[in-house]
Design a protein around this ligand. Structure first.
Ligand SMILES: Cc1cc2nc3c(=O)[nH]c(=O)nc-3n(C[C@H](O)[C@H](O)[C@H](O)COP(=O)(O)OP(=O)(O)OC[C@H]3O[C@@H](n4cnc5c(N)ncnc54)[C@H](O)[C@@H]3O)c2cc1C
Length: 259
């Protein structure tokens, strides 16, 4: 929360994520849910400009879909009463279909929910189309899990090409969406599309990555949010970041040293 408040001072909003995924027992999932309720209450009382981002398997999707939905419904109702927003992270492919289906179901009842879509996934165009039809909010990212080439594009060129295609669809038909990348070329492309379509969108980046760029975009008048993960279950998140960019090992060391 302190980090979100530091970012707020520079007009960057926070997206708080409690680290944790693939939770295997119900008590741990309920604890994660309760932690998010506490965070939402604290954000409201401190007037911190930040939403939250949850992982489906952290709330029990890997245990039972209805159990996950019960937990998410409680978070969404709370967030709605506090006029806050909930992003649903997209995890590995075994959970994609259930996450999308749950999202579309919740979207009928809640307007304070968005979902991440991975540009490396070959099926994502269909998902983007369905979510845009529902009036839903998409966070477009490249995708961070190690998947088979049958279901994902593997090369940077192909992933970037699909990212551009999906981003164009969002600018043409979407609102309240997020362009989540640190990639200069794609950020430039988004600013270009924004000049044409004047869509309601924001840039999202991870904490500690391209901090200067975040401020430059704010200066240019764009809305920017920063994804702030915290908590004890930092290993899988850190492995994904280091696989993407070797220099992210310094981010990890810095976080560990600062406690
Ligand atoms: C807000 C947010 C939420 C996300 N949510 C999800 C999710 O729900 N599910 C999911 O699968 N993935 C998620 N991701 C991760 C995402 O899918 C990518 O794995 C990750 O963002 C790296 O991709 P990239 O767009 O930065 O491009 P890359 O191709 O990894 O990097 C492109 C360029 O960005 C610059 N760059 C990247 N990292 C650094 C760095 N550390 N320092 C300096 N420059 C750098 C470099 O110039 C690099 O060439 C999220 C990412 C963000 C930003």
């Amino acid at each position: 929360m302190a980090r979100a408040e530091q970012s707020n001072a520079h007009n960057v909003r926070g997206i708080i994520n409690l680290l944790g995924e693939e939770i295997a027992n119900r008590d741990d999932a309920r604890t994660a849910k309760d932690e998010y309720l506490t965070i939402l209450k604290a954000l409201d009382s401190r007037k911190t400009q930040s939403c939250i981002s949850i992982k489906p398997t952290q709330l029990g999707l890997g245990i039972e879909k209805s159990f996950f939905k019960t937990n998410l419904a409680e978070i969404l109702s709370n967030a709605k009463s506090l006029r806050n927003f909930v992003w649903v992270d997209m995890e590995g492919s075994p959970y994609t279909a259930d996450t999308i289906e749950s999202y579309l179901e919740f979207r009928k009842k809640f307007d304070n929910i968005g979902v991440a879509i991975q540009a490396y996934l070959k099926r994502s165009e269909d998902y983007v189309s369905r979510i845009l039809d529902s009036g839903g909010a998409i966070r477009l990212c490249k995708g961070a899990y190690n998947e088979s080439p049958e279901i994902v594009y593997k090369g940077k060129k192909d992933i970037d090409r699909n990212f551009s295609k999906l981003m164009r669809m969002m600018f043409e038909r979407g609102r309240g969406f997020a362009v989540a990348t640190h990639d200069e070329k794609l950020i430039q492309e988004a600013t270009h599309l924004s000049n044409i379509h004047h869509a309601d969108f924001e840039f999202q980046m991870l904490m500690g990555i391209r901090d200067k760029k975040k401020l430059e975009l704010v200066e240019e008048g764009y809305r920017v949010s920063e994804y702030i993960p915290f908590g004890n279950s930092w290993w899988p998140y850190s492995v994904r970041r280091i696989r993407e960019h070797k220099s992210n090992i310094f981010l990890l060391v810095r976080s560990l040293l600062s406690g």
